[in-house]
Every structure is written in structure tokens, then in C-alpha cells.
Design a protein around this ligand. Structure first.
Ligand code: 5GP
Ligand code: ZN
Length: 115
């Protein structure tokens, strides 16, 4: 997708602080971190939202999640924990329409369901 920000990061035409790359996924620092560690993990393939994922993407999505686990470990989050977030669509707060997972950690994050 020629006008997609994250496709441009994949291609290298827009710079990013990459922490991991293989033939299927890329991970880089979020430009506006919301936690001490805030990384984004994306597939190289352009998929706009979670709604656009198909059965044929199953292996790619599995690989992406296992990569996220490893990237979190290399960011020293394995023991303390982290949050892995995908925002989908308007109500989910999605701003960039190339599917991505946020890795957030490095501090105790606010509970989703405070009791
Ligand atoms: P969303 O709200 O779509 O789930 O998250 C998009 C994320 O992309 C935001 O956290 C935002 O800070 C990040 N972002 C937007 N533009 C850029 C950019 O040019 N470079 C990087 N590294 N992150 C970006
Ligand atoms: Zn894209």
C-alpha cells in the first residue's frame, strides 16, 4: 500500500527505531510511547485491521505473536510482564490502518477492570 505509514516503515522509506525484523514481521519503538517500553509489532504484509484477517493469515499471525513474546523477552519484560494490545477500528481507537500489536511494559499498567 503506497500511502500506508507502516508499509513505508517496512520498506524503509520512513525511518523507525527497529528492534527486530525477519521475513514476515518488523518491530520498532512507538514514536509516542505510552509506557517506559512501548514497541509495535507488525506484519510486513499490509492487512488493514483485525477484521481483514483471513484463515490464510493464521500462520503469519501465529508467527507474529510468538515473535512478540521473544521481543518482549529481549526488552527485559519477561519476568515483570507486559500488555499486548491490538486496537481495531474506530471504537477500538485504531489510528494506523496497518494491523499492529502494541507491547507495553516497564511499569505496572493501569488495570482494565479496576475493582
Ligand atoms: P493505534 O492507535 O492505531 O493502535 O496505534 C498507532 C500507534 O502508532 C500509536 O501509538 C502512534 O504513536 C504510533 N505511530 C504513529 N505514527 C508513527 C510513526 O511515524 N512512527 C512510529 N514509530 N510510530 C508511530
Ligand atoms: Zn500497510
Amino acid at each position: 500500500m503506497s500511502d500506508c505509514l507502516f508499509c513505508k516503515i517496512v520498506e524503509g522509506t520512513i525511518p523507525a527505531r527497529k528492534v527486530y525484523e525477519d521475513d514476515q514481521v518488523v518491530a520498532f519503538h512507538d514514536i509516542q510511547p505510552q509506557a517506559p517500553v512501548h514497541l509495535l509489532v507488525i506484519p510486513k504484509k499490509h492487512i488493514a485491521t483485525m477484521n481483514d484477517c483471513e484463515a490464510e493469515d493464521a500462520a503469519l499471525l501465529g508467527h507474529l505473536l510468538l515473535s512478540a513474546k521473544q521481543i518482549a523477552k529481549e526488552a527485559n519484560l519477561e519476568e515483570t510482564g507486559y500488555r499486548l494490545v491490538n486496537n481495531c477500528g474506530h471504537d477500538g481507537g485504531q489510528v494506523v490502518f496497518h494491523i499492529h500489536w502494541h507491547i507495553l511494559g516497564g511499569e505496572k499498567l493501569a488495570a482494565l477492570n479496576p475493582s
